[in-house]
Design a binder for this molecule. Structure first.
Ligand code: COA
Ligand code: MG
Length: 295
């Protein structure tokens, strides 16, 4: 599984930002046609994004496009414009149900065929950012084998539910946890909401540390300065990797002797701990491979 630690949003009508983004070490670049583009600029942004995908500036990046929502009346035209060789994924805002995902998927499937893109190449990352979307988060996350992750969107979610946003973000604990549980049940990656105070590095670290503890494996980001700290925060530490190696080794040695429990440093190890350690090693490995590939 490819890491999705950082998904950097770039407004689709900002040529200089799109060009700059080509050399940034984000796991995914998301060219935005939705809420960072004003209504009058939608057509211009579509053309700009299409040119960026087919041009040389973004070679080597994993490029997704955030289309406009299913109900916007713009979704089909967005897909017609941007599904072209070079694109890796579509980011779907505000889905309410699995049906919404299937509508988008049907169009992608047709366009992949027409445009000579390998069937299934284009992945999906739906947002969970409406009240209905949260209730249906699991059916959304499992609506298509193309889905690699779901993203929690706090701004639209609190708007839709009438929640007040607070400094500590306590009101977001329930939706965040729901998104993680739905993602895990569907075996996809949970991606946390953007942190808007992009000059506040400490606040970002606090938030991403909480996100990781809750089970998120990535975060949507809005500014280049957020790439490094967020990539770091989701990268298992050297100590965690060492600990996981020792856990797996000890467990396998015990297994060879016919036991499913043993201990490392005075802590009991059995099947769930061993599996957790294996998972951490897999995550670390996929990140290393990604960094070697793009480095
Ligand atoms: N992608 C690529 N480059 C970006 C960027 C982004 N998201 N955000 C900023 N940059 C570039 C700037 O163009 C600037 O480049 P320069 O040094 O070549 O001029 C550099 O990074 C530093 O930017 P800075 O001056 O600190 O910020 P800004 O005032 O230009 O932009 C925002 C601040 C918030 C307007 C901008 O970061 C932005 O538009 N972010 C994305 C918004 C978005 O996608 N919203 C939807 C999220 S769900
Ligand atoms: Mg949104």
């Amino acid at each position: 599984m490819e890491p999705l630690r950082t998904l950097l949003s770039v407004p689709g009508n900002r040529q200089n930002m799109i060009e700059k983004a080509g050399s940034l070490p984000t796991d995914v670049l998301v060219l935005d046609l939705e809420d960072s583009v004003p209504a009058a600029e939608k057509a211009t942004a579509r053309a700009m994004v299409r040119d960026a995908i087919t041009g040389p500036a973004l070679k080597g990046q994993r490029v997704f496009v955030r289309i406009n929502s299913i109900g916007s009346g713009l979704m089909e035209e967005d897909l017609e414009a941007v599904i072209t060789p070079g694109i890796d994924g579509i980011n779907i805002p505000k889905p309410n149900s699995a049906d919404d995902i299937k509508k988008v998927e049907a169009i992608i499937e047709r366009l992949e065929k027409e445009r000579g893109i390998e069937k299934g190449h284009i992945k999906l990352t739906p947002w969970v950012e409406t009240a209905k979307g949260l209730i249906n988060a699991f059916e959304i996350a499992s609506a298509s084998p193309r889905i690699v992750g779901i993203i929690f969107g706090a701004e639209d979610f609190t708007l839709d539910t009438g929640m007040q946003r607070t400094e500590g973000g306590e009101e977001l604990l329930y939706p965040r946890t729901m998104v993680v549980v739905a993602a895990k049940a569907a075996d996809v990656i949970a991606i946390d909401t953007p942190y808007n105070n992009f000059r506040d590095d400490e606040g970002l670290i606090r938030e991403v540390t909480l996100a990781r503890a809750l089970g998120f494996e990535g975060k949507y980001i809005i500014h280049p300065s957020q790439i490094e700290p967020v990539n770091q925060a989701f990268h298992p530490t050297f100590e965690e990797v060492e600990q996981a190696r020792r856990t797996v080794e000890a467990f396998e040695a015990a297994e060879a002797q016919g036991f499913a429990s043993t201990s490392v440093d005075g802590r009991m190890i059995d099947i769930p701990q061993a599996n957790r350690a294996r998972k951490l090693l897999m995550v670390a490995d996929s990140i290393e491979r990604r960094e070697r590939g793009s480095g």
